[in-house]
Design a protein around this ligand. Sequence first.
Ligand SMILES: NC(=O)c1ccc[n+]([C@@H]2O[C@H](COP(=O)([O-])OP(=O)(O)OC[C@H]3O[C@@H](n4cnc5c(N)ncnc54)[C@H](O)[C@@H]3O)[C@@H](O)[C@H]2O)c1
Length: 256
Amino acid sequence: MSSHAGRVALVTGAGRGIGRAMADAHSAAGAKVAYLDHDPALAEEAAAAAKQRGCEAMALSADVADDQAVAEACRRVSETLGPIEILVNNAGISPKSGGDGKRSPVWDMQPDEWRRVIDVNLTGGFNCVRAVVPGMRELGRGRIVNISSVAGRTYCDIVGVHYAASKAALIGFTKHLAGELGPDGITINAIAPGRIDTPLMRGSAPEANEAARLATPLRRLGSPEDVASMCLFLTSDGAAFVTGQVCDVAGGWLLT
Ligand SMILES: NC(=O)c1ccc[n+]([C@@H]2O[C@H](COP(=O)([O-])OP(=O)(O)OC[C@H]3O[C@@H](n4cnc5c(N)ncnc54)[C@H](O)[C@@H]3O)[C@@H](O)[C@H]2O)c1
């Protein structure tokens, strides 16, 4: 039997793209999955499709930047599906407000845009961890995966400084919490995707995505499923002794 069978997983930003692929991979492996998304229609559609495949799933609509909404969503998941054992912090944004799918340079970046990116990409992860960790500590086990980016490890010409800073911070968040949560049987790791073909990626200028593809040693863009298979490994029993790591899923792009 899969080590995911019957386990309760919460995936944020699960309505589309990488989040949906990770949530679907967990439900296909037998987990009971809560599909959380800011967009209620996307969450409903993704959870309904999982249910149609015979999986136990539920949809939740919340903004991960809102700590009260996250706490309430986690409470509903525990009541409906059972105690949360797996958390995937995936919800993220990468505004391209420079026009033509380009980022704003730092001198044009509006403070509100900076704050929103940090609130969603970094504080969103904090809000979710804070809400689920007490239950994981009671269980004596848990698995957390944070979706960072290769842009959090090194310079990436496509994204804004707010995005790079938030994704770099998620790496520090991951390493610190590996130390803090390890004694309670909770592992926490990060995935650093490269260019993955999703609606978010398609928001960038097409020539930037093509340049990234050509600069990727494996000469292709990643798929959401490429990231989902790494995530499924990190939440499986096979990864029981892996914590505090950052795993690139990038086809060799921006190797550090
Ligand atoms: N696509 C890439 O090339 C790439 C590369 C590196 C990292 N990432 C990261 O992977 C994650 C998923 O990216 P994607 O490409 O699938 O993006 P996407 O925009 O296609 O999907 C993101 C999903 O998150 C939801 N979301 C956005 N803000 C939210 C919020 N505040 N609360 C709850 N849900 C919210 C959206 O509604 C959407 O369904 C992000 O954290 C992103 O930074 C993506």
